[in-house]
Design a protein around this ligand. Sequence first.
Ligand SMILES: Cc1ncc(COP(=O)(O)O)c(C=O)c1O
Length: 486
Amino acid sequence: MMRAVADPTLADLARARAVVAAHLAPTPLVEIELPDGRPAWLKLDSLQPGGSFKIRGALAAVSAYAAAGAPMITASAGNHGLGFAHAARRLGVAATVVVARTASPAKLEALRRLGVDLIVHGDSYDDAERHALALADGGRVFVSAYNDPHVIAGQATWAAEVAEQLGGERALIVPIGGGGLLAATVLAADGSRVVGVEAAASPAFSTAIARGAIVEVPVAPTLADGLAGNLEAGTITPRLVAGRAEIASVTEAEIADAMRFLALRCGLVVEGSGAVGVAALLSGRVAVAPPARPIVLITGRNVAAATLGAVLAAPSPGMSARDVLGLVDLLGEHGIAVWLDGGWGVDALLGRQTRPHGDLDIAVRHGDVPRLRAALAARGYEERSRPDTSPWNFVLADALGHEIDVHSFVFDEKGDHVAGIDYPAASLTGTGTIDGRPVACIAAEYVVQFRSTYEPRERDYEDVFALHERFGIALPEVYARRYRKS
Ligand SMILES: Cc1ncc(COP(=O)(O)O)c(C=O)c1O
């Protein structure tokens, strides 16, 4: 049965503002510098009681429904449950939280610590929500984490606080789960640009906007566990947002990058769901041109120690010999020929690893690219956006930061190069070994030739000298000059 849910009214917004102001101090708004030197402002709702912004909506909703005197129930991926439990305790109301068995251990543990009436049910957020709705039919008030006028009114209070903290032209950037926060931000934006950021692994909201209807989508595992799940039938949030906000989406590798950046460069513990806005700025998926100022709501800090540890431990695992052979085997199983280029290509030619490699460069026939993408996607590799990305040149990365730099080319029937990265047919004749296993690579003469088309970096000198010494390949002038000196 579809619940009838009213839109938030101006009176709801005003009441929520009063309740939230009575219980919570405004969270700090801090200026940071992005790696490209541009500023961004982070609104630290990760410091709220319960560890996320969710206490705003929970306080507003619990206080609005308390007058009816009925017990309340909610379903949650964890954070709303925590906010709800805190709000219920402050306001002296009986509350039940339903979460899935698969909820983040950090959130389950925090809920248990709070001593809320907790029901652990089902294997996904969707299961937990269905169960809570069924239980609510027995006379409890169901307080949705996102599909509720008072919850939305409560979430809107962050934007009202920002308006008092920073003037000028603003772009408000928030994560999207059920879209309650995004709908709230649209309502409170007061003319500011609004951007919602989704985890690509869980595209329920963007799909609802694109189709103009709520449809069930598959949800993949994601670091942004708080954003994962489908939308309750009849959810009001897509309608409130449609045409009034931009929607971006970020990959797992981009979320992991943002979590590392926030921890190591900004001193902030932020869960994946709370980091998607920063991920969108770091990856360039969202651009904010001055004088507008990007303001990102950092929505939560509830990340399991093991997850945070794994993300932090892998800033750049690099590509080991084992990684490379595993990928060559995988592509071989799919009948996709690749030639190793870059640092690994040189080391394969030399038959030994001379230094650690941050990534793996491969050349591939352009016609094989769709199958290559599919085979690697099944291993968790997704495209990482780069300023120089093109159909011929792109980077695939996994959540741990392994990177594959793909270069594709097209030959005509005669075997002449006609499009893409300029690999002459003769350049695709190299063979080398990694850990004694034969692999195809770019031929040594061509590696040397390619590396004389730009100002050499230190590692280019090392690679070209090694190829010269091993294979007797003549040194191009720029290399010969340095070689004579050394
Ligand atoms: C940390 C965090 N950020 C953002 C969201 C998204 O909020 P909404 O469901 O209102 O879109 C959630 C939802 O649980 C969350 O836990």
